[in-house]
Design a protein around this ligand. Structure first.
Ligand SMILES: Cc1cc2nc3c(=O)[nH]c(=O)nc-3n(C[C@H](O)[C@H](O)[C@H](O)COP(=O)(O)OP(=O)(O)OC[C@H]3O[C@@H](n4cnc5c(N)ncnc54)[C@H](O)[C@@H]3O)c2cc1C
Length: 203
């Protein structure tokens, strides 16, 4: 989403105008909120073209895809496939002993991949000259956000052009009893620490 001059600012959105007044406002030509798929490419493209560009990201460098969605899910599914092939080796003329899944190992593999992805994104932000601001942004004036920095403290940033790539979040449908059962969404499923190794025989 691109915000232009016609974007309407609701005064009630600004919760602490005093605080806002006290901070120096830093101006960028391009301000992107959210470093997901669209956000990062907009950031890289404008920065590479020589525009003073900042992107604000509160948690997932590069967005959901490399951190908690597309890539880690396929990484874990790959391990499941490896387990399946090991257990069904005989069908392919392969003999093997009992097979077990070490979820710690599976998730370590996934974690290393995610870490590599995050580093590659950080390198790209740096190489393009874009500034990655790590924190949560909220609008306090037209085209102006206050960022609560992850490392602590606020920053006030305004953009001549502002792009929003805020993504989506997992929702628990309103089905009786479902929320009480505390189901995992993809975030918990791909991020949780698994306890013990589970052994499975061949089938
Ligand atoms: C399990 C799973 C598997 C998937 N597999 C595939 C696949 O194989 N192929 C495919 O094409 N798609 C897949 N998807 C869908 C894909 O992940 C999403 O469509 C895509 O990541 C959405 O990108 P986005 O940029 O819109 O949002 P996101 O990637 O969610 O980016 C938004 C970013 O904005 C940040 N943000 C939000 N609000 C603020 C704020 N106020 N201040 C600062 N930062 C903020 C968030 O932290 C986030 O990093 C999968 C999704 C899931 C859940």
């Amino acid at each position: 989403m691109f915000l232009d001059e016609s974007w309407a600012f609701e005064k009630s959105d600004c919760s602490s105008p005093m605080e806002v007044d006290m901070l120096e406002v830093e101006r960028y030509e391009i301000l992107v909120i959210g470093s997901g798929e669209a956000g990062k490419h907009v950031t890289w493209t404008f920065a590479q073209a020589g525009h003073r560009t900042a992107v604000v990201e509160r948690k997932y460098i590069g967005g959901s895809c490399p951190n908690i969605a597309c890539l880690p899910s396929k990484n874990v599914i790959r391990s499941a496939k490896a387990n399946w092939f090991a257990r069904h080796g005989a069908q392919y003329g392969i003999q093997s002993g009992p097979v077990s899944t070490d979820m710690k190992g599976v998730l370590n593999r996934k974690r290393k991949m995610v870490e590599g992805e995050v580093q590659a994104h950080l390198d790209r932000f740096k190489a393009t000259g874009a500034e990655l601001v790590r924190g949560e942004a909220r609008f306090v004036a037209p085209k102006t956000v206050e960022v609560q920095l992850n490392e602590g403290g606020p920053r006030m940033i305004t953009g001549d052009r502002v792009f929003l790539d805020l993504g989506s979040r997992a929702a628990i449908p309103d089905i009786p009893g479902l929320a009480a059962a505390r189901p995992m969404t993809h975030v918990e499923a791909l991020d949780r620490a698994w306890p013990a190794t589970r052994r499975r025989g061949r089938s």
